[in-house]
Design a protein around this ligand. Structure first.
Ligand SMILES: [Zn+2]
Length: 109
C-alpha cells in the first residue's frame, strides 16, 4: 500500500481509505473516496502529495487536477482495487476490537 494523506487535514496516513489518526476523518461518500484516492500514491506522485498536504494544512484551495479526480473515480470502479483498499480499512485490532478467548474460571490447564 502506498502512502496517502488525509483529505481533511493533510496528515500522512498509511492507506487511502483508512481513518486519519490526526482528525479521525474517514471517507464516507463517493466524492470523499475519490478525493482520498486522488490524495494517495495510487494517483499522485510523492511530490504532489507533499504539495497537497501543504495546501490542506494551510487551508488553501487544493490544486488536485480534475484529471486526478477523474482517474480516482475510474479506479474506484475497479472491484479488485476496491477490495484491496477495503481490506486495508478493516485491520484486526482496529477500534480496540481485539479477539480474545472466552473468559474461563481460573483453573490450571
Ligand atoms: Zn485528518
Amino acid at each position: 500500500m502506498g502512502m496517502a494523506i488525509c483529505f481533511k487535514c493533510g496528515s500522512a496516513k498509511s492507506g487511502a481509505l483508512v481513518a486519519c489518526r490526526g482528525c479521525g476523518a474517514a471517507p464516507q461518500t463517493d466524492n470523499e473516496y475519490a478525493a482520498s484516492l486522488a490524495l494517495s500514491e495510487h494517483v499522485s506522485s510523492k511530490e504532489q502529495l507533499t504539495q497537497y498536504s501543504h495546501e490542506l494544512r494551510n487551508g488553501e484551495r487544493l490544486s488536485v487536477p480534475r484529471k486526478a479526480l477523474a482517474e480516482a473515480l475510474d479506479a474506484l470502479k475497479d472491484p479488485q482495487l476496491l477490495a484491496m483498499l477495503r481490506a486495508c480499512m478493516f485491520r484486526p485490532g482496529q477500534n480496540g476490537r481485539v479477539w480474545s478467548p472466552m473468559r474461563r474460571p481460573d483453573r490450571p490447564v
